[in-house]
Design a protein around this ligand. Structure first.
Ligand code: FDA
Length: 582
């Protein structure tokens, strides 16, 4: 006889998607188990750029300090360099991740948090630890094998890899956060578009103190243009900081249609020294691996009681740094909905909105990341080195950009344009923050944020239902809070002004009737918080007497432009739709 274990939600995978799902569910008091195949979390640095939305989520979970303590700070992530080698000629720099002064304003106005760098080897333990402390049962060395679902739950067959013992876990819901080769997604037959393994990359991790070459132009990414740099992979050779300035990761492409290269220690050292341009550098190689670049997204994210999140549903190169961020955000969208349904606060149809809301995001980020990696070709073209046969020819062609000749001038002009294009990879604020949801979990009023500038590069804050709650600082003479701090994950929040105080009683009544946690926040002088910089008044788009209903995941669910004649009825109508309580 085999053991039998029960839980509300079983999560397969302890990566950014799975570990954060566990953290969110445990924070909401929902019983959950995480199983993960290996004895510990990620064993290579992998994803690292952690964007504002992900940081806001960590802030909401009360773990922002822990993440910042292990992260490389915002001030060290931004001087991204393009060069012929780390010690060699510099072709140019770009301010990345919102560090260019004008862009920094956009980023700071849009969020209480800034982009930082934390490798997955540091982030995952923080997520797993906090989830486990808050109630998650975490089972390492435990492999998902198969599942069967019926009307009341899912029975999942798992194997303890230490003992070889197989047993069943019975859960009300199953989350497949098992990465790019997801078995769970395969077992529920999710539909995909795109292709896997479209290009090859090799990772080499190493230790070497190169502070004197990079400390004065601090960045996470140093791009290297050398012969072969445009083959496969992510567009160019990359020297990526893991810890400043003595732990690094090199990403170098290879032709996926030929034999995979053999990267032994000697070869790894050769590649490191060549990309760094320091022939006698003392290097300690700590690991090598090969991986495939993908361009694939699921167009539907669940089947019945089984949901997939993270790389299981979006697979793309690291360009734009969206992998781990989007994975965390998927789970943030899903977990509160599962909690609401498990508690009987919402109809199970609410769960359908996960796919409706997140599948378009999956498509957008996969498309953006792949476009960004392809756009590296502009730099090779600008330098005229695409067909260079050897290092000498390449060096001569790159050298030509210095010449006082028409060819030299043309190269310089082409470089200006090519570097400008890279903003779409490194300062794509609109892609990072501008997720807009259309589903039954949003009561649309027919509006959407109106972009006046490029939608990938610039984010537009708006309270249009479906948009993310805008950022504004509120508080009083001793405390400064982000408005989103007042709309925590554990509840729904109704935001209004002094002229809208009548919403408060209405919300209390409706919250009681629906059995949901809902609190009204009145913003104004002499109230719980005031609009410290008078920014909120300009951002809220509704009248002072209007109201904005914010979901646990900070997206605007519904809004009323002014005080309704019957606030209770107006709010009730909205929640009937939102919770599927028709
Ligand atoms: P993730 O792959 O992180 O986690 C999957 C989890 O599922 C793991 O915990 C695994 O143990 C578990 N699992 C899988 N099958 C299982 C089974 N049958 N039973 C139980 N558990 C199972 N991104 C980036 O931005 N920059 C980068 O440089 C890199 N580099 C990189 C290198 C390598 C080698 C990989 C594999 C990936 C990257 N990435 C990356 C991508 C980035 O790591 C990725 O986007 C996120 O980790 C996705 O998070 P998930 O939680 O969805 O999957």
């Amino acid at each position: 006889t085999s053991a039998h274990v029960e839980t509300d939600v079983l999560i397969v995978g302890s990566g950014p998607a799975g570990a954060s799902a566990a953290l969110f569910l445990s924070t909401l008091g929902i019983d959950n188990i995480v199983i993960t195949k290996y004895r510990w979390t990620a064993n290579t640095p992998r994803a690292h750029i952690t964007n504002q939305r992900a940081m806001e989520i960590f802030r909401d979970m009360g773990i922002e300090d822990q993440v910042l303590a292990d992260a490389t700070g915002h001030d060290l992530v931004g001087d991204t360099v393009f060069c012929t080698s780390i010690a060699g000629e510099e072709i140019g720099r770009i301010h990345t991740w919102g560090t260019r002064p004008d862009r920094e304003a956009d980023y700071r106005l849009a969020s209480p948090c800034l982009t930082v760098d934390i490798p997955q080897t540091y982030l995952e333990p923080i997520l797993v630890k906090n989830a486990t402390v808050r109630g998650t049962q975490t089972r390492f060395s435990t492999e998902y094998l198969a599942h069967k679902q019926d009307d009341t739950g899912v029975t999942v067959r798992v194997r303890d890899r230490l003992t070889g013992q197989e047993y069943d876990i019975r859960a009300r819901y199953l989350i497949g956060a098992d990465g790019a080769r997801s078995r769970v997604a395969e077992d529920i037959g999710l539909p995909y578009e795109g292709a896997m393994d479209i290009a090859g990359s090799m990772n080499i991790t190493f230790k070497a103190d190169i502070a004197s070459y990079v400390g004065h132009r601090p960045s996470v990414l140093y791009w290297v243009i050398q012969p072969g740099a445009n083959v496969g992979g992510i567009g160019a050779g990359l020297v990526r900081m893991v810890r400043p300035w003595n732990e690094w990761l090199i990403v170098w492409g290879y032709d996926i249609d030929s034999e995979p290269p053999v990267v032994d220690e000697t070869e790894a050292i050769r590649i490191v020294r060549q990309l760094l341009g320091i022939p006698d550098l003392e290097v300690e190689i700590t690991g090598t691996s090969l991986w495939g670049n993908n361009e694939m997204y699921a167009t539907h994210l669940h089947k019945g009681r089984v949901f997939c999140a993270g790389d299981a549903v979006h697979r793309h190169p690291p360009s734009n740094g969206l992998g781990s961020n989007t994975s965390v955000q998927d789970s943030y969208n899903l977990a509160w909905k599962l909690a609401a349904v498990l508690r009987g606060q919402a109809d199970p149809s609410l769960l359908e909105t996960y796919s409706a809301e997140r599948a378009p995001v999956a498509k957008r980020i996969v498309t953006r990341a792949n476009k960004s990696s392809r756009e590296f070709v502009d730099i090779f073209q600008a330098l005229g080195v695409l067909d260079a046969k050897d290092e000498d020819e390449m060096r001569a062609l790159i050298e030509e950009r210095k010449a006082n000749t028409p060819e030299g001038a043309a190269k310089r002009a082409a470089l200006v344009a090519a570097m400008e294009t890279k903003n779409y990879e490194f300062n794509a604020h609109g892609v990072e923050l501008g997720q807009f949801y259309e589903s039954a979990a949003v009561v649309s009023d027919g509006t959407r944020p109106a972009p006046s500038r490029d939608e990938d590069l610039y984010h537009v804050m708006s309270t249009s239902p479906g948009a993310h709650l805008p950022h504004a600082w509120v508080g009083d003479h001793v405390t400064r809070l982000a408005l989103m701090d007042l709309a925590p994950y554990t509840r729904w929040t109704l935001i209004t002004g002094i002229a809208g105080e009548d919403w408060t009683g209405a919300a209390e009544k409706v919250a009681q009737d629906f059995g949901i946690p809902l609190k009204t926040v009145v913003i104004g002088p002499g109230r719980e918080v005031t609009d410290l910089y008078y920014d909120w008044a300009k951002l809220r788009e509704v009248e002072e007497s209007g109201a904005i209903l914010v979901r646990p995941d900070k997206h605007v669910a519904w809004r009323s432009m002014n005080l309704a004649d019957d606030p209770e009825a107006a709010l009730r109508d909205a929640l009937v739709q939102l919770l599927g309580k028709a």
